[in-house]
Design a protein around this ligand. Structure first.
Ligand code: F0G
Length: 459
C-alpha cells in the first residue's frame, strides 16, 4: 500500500461557512458578557467550535441531494424505508424505531425497562443515559476496567467493561433485577476510548448466561470499529462495517444518537431483536415522538441518516477522521500538555488538574482552561470536571469530580488541517503562560447541569 506522511481530508469543499476572525480585545469583551461561560456565547463569536461533535457534522453532497428527495408522508414514507434498510443491514436487528435524537430513544427503552429496584450496568453511562435511567427510578452503575480510570496509562481498549465485576454485580443484584447491560462504543465519558470485540463477546456471553438484555450505545460505532481493525488481532482483513455488524450481532438491541456517526445534524433510533419489547416501545414512541415511520424526524432527515450510515464506514473517511484527532492529541502530548492517553476517536481530553496544578479544584482549573482557550484563540471547549459533576456537602464545601478534564470534541468533516495546526499554536502560547493562570469562582448556578448556565468570575 502507498503511504504518505500527510493524510489529506478526503473531500473537497463545495460550500463554506464564514468564521468571523476576532482579536483578543473583542474576545475579552465577549467572554465577560458571557459571564466566562462559553456555553453562553453566540456561535458567531467562536472561531473554532470544539464544544461537541454531536449534530455538528458537515453533510456530503449526496446527503444534501437525498434531502431534496425526502418523503414527508405521515405514514409509510419511502425515506423511512431507506433508513430502516440501512439500520437493519448494519445491526441485523429486525425491529427499528426512529427517534429525534439519542436521549429520546433512551427515555423510551430505558424508561420501559427501568423503574424502582432495577439496575443498569455499563462501561460508562453517558450523562443523558444515566439521567433517563435514574428518572425511571432505576440505578445506573459504571464498571469500566481499572486502566480506563487512569488518564496517563496506555491501554489499547480503555473503553472495555470489567467483566469480572459484571458477573459479580449480576449475582449480587439478581439477574431478574438487571434491566440491561449497556456497552457505550466508543466510551464518550471515559475519554472516547474504544471497546474491543473480545470484551463485547465476553459481555455478551455473560448476558446470555444470565438472560440479561445486552444493548449497544452505538453513536460512535464506526470510530470504534476503526480501532478494532487497527489494534485487535484477527480483524486486519475485515471491513469497518463488517466489524460493526459483528458487534451488533452479539447484542439484543441498540440505541443510537445519529448526530455522531450517522453524519447528520439531527436524528436517532432504537433497534431491537425482541418483538414484544419493540411493540411496547413503539406504543411509547407514538405517544411522545411520532408515528412509527418517522418518530419525530422529517423525511429528509431520514434520507440523510440512511446515506450517512454508509458514508461513515468509508475507509478513507475513517482514516482521516481518527488520524486528525490523533494528530492533534499527539502534538499536544509532545509539547508536554497533560492529557488522556491514548487519544480517543472523537475528542482530545486535557487533564486541567495536571496542567494548572497550582489552581485548587474549588477554583475549577478546567473552567480556567476553557476561558484561556477562548481568550487566546477563540476556541470553544467544555469542562468535564467539578463544574459539570461537582456536588456540595452539608457545609457547602465542594465535593470535586474524580478528574478535571477539558474536552476538545472535533466535528466531523468540518475543520481542516490548518484549523488543527492553529489550535496547536494556541496551546503553545498557553503553555508559556501556564503558571500565571488563575482559577474561577462561581457567582450564579442552577440546581442541575450547572455547566450549561452557571456564571463565573475570573480570580
Ligand atoms: N450516548 C452517548 C455516548 C452520547 O455521547 C450522547 C450525546 C448521547 C448518548 C445522547 O445523544 O445528544 O442525541 O440525545 N453526546 C453529546 C456530546 C451531547 O456532546 O457528547 P443525543
Amino acid at each position: 500500500m502507498e503511504t504518505f506522511k500527510t493524510i489529506i481530508e478526503p473531500f473537497r469543499i463545495k460550500m463554506v461557512e464564514t468564521i468571523s476572525v476576532t482579536n483578543l480585545e473583542q474576545r475579552k469583551k465577549y467572554l465577560t458578557a458571557a459571564h466566562n461561560n462559553p456555553f453562553l456565547l453566540d456561535s458567531d463569536k467562536v472561531m473554532i467550535d470544539f464544544l461537541t461533535d454531536s449534530g455538528t457534522s458537515a453533510m456530503s453532497a449526496n446527503q444534501w441531494a437525498g434531502i431534496m428527495q425526502g418523503d414527508e408522508s405521515y405514514a409509510g414514507s419511502s425515506s423511512w424505508n431507506k433508513m430502516f434498510a440501512a439500520i437493519n443491514h448494519l445491526t441485523g436487528h429486525e425491529f427499528v424505531l426512529p427517534v429525534h435524537q439519542g436521549r429520546a430513544g433512551e427515555r423510551i427503552l430505558y424508561g420501559y425497562l427501568g423503574g424502582k429496584g432495577k439496575t443498569f450496568i455499563s462501561n460508562t453511562h453517558f450523562d443523558t443515559t444515566r439521567a433517563n435511567i435514574e428518572f425511571s427510578g432505576a440505578e445506573a452503575i459504571d464498571i469500566p476496567i481499572e486502566e480506563g480510570k487512569n488518564p496517563a496509562l496506555y491501554h489499547p481498549f480503555k473503553g472495555n467493561m470489567d467483566v469480572v465485576e459484571l458477573e459479580k454485580l449480576i449475582n449480587e443484584k439478581g439477574a431478574k433485577n438487571v434491566s440491561a447491560v449497556i456497552l457505550t462504543v466508543t466510551n464518550n465519558s471515559g475519554g472516547g476510548q474504544p471497546v474491543s470485540m473480545e470484551n463485547a463477546r465476553a459481555v455478551s456471553a455473560i448476558c446470555k448466561k444470565y438472560k440479561v438484555n445486552f444493548f449497544l450505545d452505538c453513536c460512535r460505532v464506526a470510530e470504534n470499529s476503526y480501532f478494532i481493525k487497527l489494534r485487535e488481532k484477527g480483524f486486519e482483513n475485515k471491513t469497518y462495517e463488517e466489524i460493526a455488524q459483528e458487534m451488533f450481532a452479539l447484542t439484543d438491541g441498540s440505541v443510537m444518537s445519529a448526530k455522531k456517526d450517522a453524519l447528520v445534524n439531527m436524528g436517532g433510533f432504537i433497534s431491537l431483536k425482541d418483538e414484544a419489547m419493540a411493540l411496547a416501545c413503539k406504543n411509547l414512541l407514538i405517544i411522545t415522538e411520532g408515528f412509527a415511520t418517522y418518530g419525530g424526524l422529517s423525511g429528509r432527515d431520514m434520507e440523510a441518516i440512511a446515506i450517512g450510515l454508509k458514508e461513515v464506514f468509508e475507509p478513507d473517511y475513517l482514516h482521516y477522521r481518527i488520524s486528525s484527532t490523533t494528530f492533534l492529541g499527539t502534538k499536544l502530548k509532545e509539547m508536554g500538555v497533560p492529557l488522556m492517553w491514548p487519544i480517543g476517536g472523537h475528542a482530545v481530553y486535557i487533564d486541567a488538574k495536571a496542567l494548572y496544578s497550582h489552581i485548587p479544584v474549588d477554583q475549577y482549573p478546567g473552567q480556567a482552561l476553557v476561558c484561556e482557550l477562548y481568550l487566546a484563540g477563540g476556541i470553544r471547549t467544555v469542562e468535564i470536571g467539578s463544574v459539570m459533576f461537582g456536588k456540595y456537602d452539608d457545609q457547602g464545601k465542594l465535593i470535586p469530580a474524580n478528574m478535571e478534564l477539558v474536552r476538545l470534541a472535533i466535528p466531523r468533516r468540518v475543520y481542516t488541517q490548518s484549523h488543527i495546526e492553529y489550535v496547536i499554536e494556541v496551546f503553545e502560547k498557553l503553555m508559556k503562560n501556564r503558571d500565571n493562570v488563575k482559577g474561577v469562582k462561581i457567582t450564579e448556578e442552577p440546581l442541575f447541569l450547572r455547566h450549561f448556565t452557571s456564571k463565573f468570575e475570573r480570580l
